[in-house]
Unconditional design. Structure first.
Length: 193
């Protein structure tokens, strides 16, 4: 699989599945507003690392509670969305340290558009998806997380930089390196089942 094909595949994997806005009572805090506005995206981000809905909800709730505590303690918050994602990233890391790491990429996010989906093509696609999943799992956590934020969540380099605490240029360089490592990992994964 070429770099261009891999990037195209990752782009298609990032289909937007936003739920329609619902009317809710809105809290007055910036963190509360941000949580309501971005909770679907936040849960989608968390879902890339957890298979069980219970874990996704627990990490989202813990992230919100930590964000509210930080705001109450007077922590300056320039970008509430980035702040929530950064906290979710930390909560996820805490969970993985305690329970072990796992990667979950929903099968529908791995679907590729085809012109003529014959049986051979379907089998090849299924094998490539399995290889891509294994290649993603083989990456370091920070590389995998960067790919998830940019390709799956559609976050800009600036937003990712705010989450990671680095500038956008650094994110671009790290993202480029992460894609290269993913391509290399993909080529090392055996083609069988």
């Amino acid at each position: 699989m070429t770099t261009r094909a891999l990037e195209g595949t990752l782009s298609r994997m990032a289909r937007d599945t936003q739920e329609p806005d619902r009317k809710r009572s809105r809290p007055s805090s910036a963190v509360g507003e941000s949580f309501i506005q971005h909770q679907v995206a936040l849960k989608r981000f968390i879902a890339r690392f957890f298979a069980r809905m219970q874990d996704i909800d627990d990490v989202a709730k813990e992230s919100f509670l930590r964000a509210v505590d930080a705001q109450s303690a007077g922590t300056p918050i320039r970008s509430p969305k980035a702040f929530l994602f950064r906290i979710a990233r930390n909560v996820r890391a805490d969970h993985f340290r305690k329970h072990g790491a796992a990667v979950y990429v929903p099968e529908e996010d791995m679907d590729w558009a085809t012109d003529a989906p014959g049986p051979a093509h379907i089998l090849e696609r299924a094998r490539d998806m399995a290889r891509l999943k294994r290649a993603l799992q083989a990456l370091r956590d920070d590389r995998r997380e960067l790919i998830v934020m940019v390709r799956y969540q559609g976050m800009t380099h600036e937003q990712v930089g705010a989450v990671l605490g680095v500038d956008a240029g650094t994110v671009k360089v790290r993202f480029h390196r992460a894609l290269k490592e993913l391509r290399d990992a993909f080529t090392r994964v055996p083609e069988g089942d």
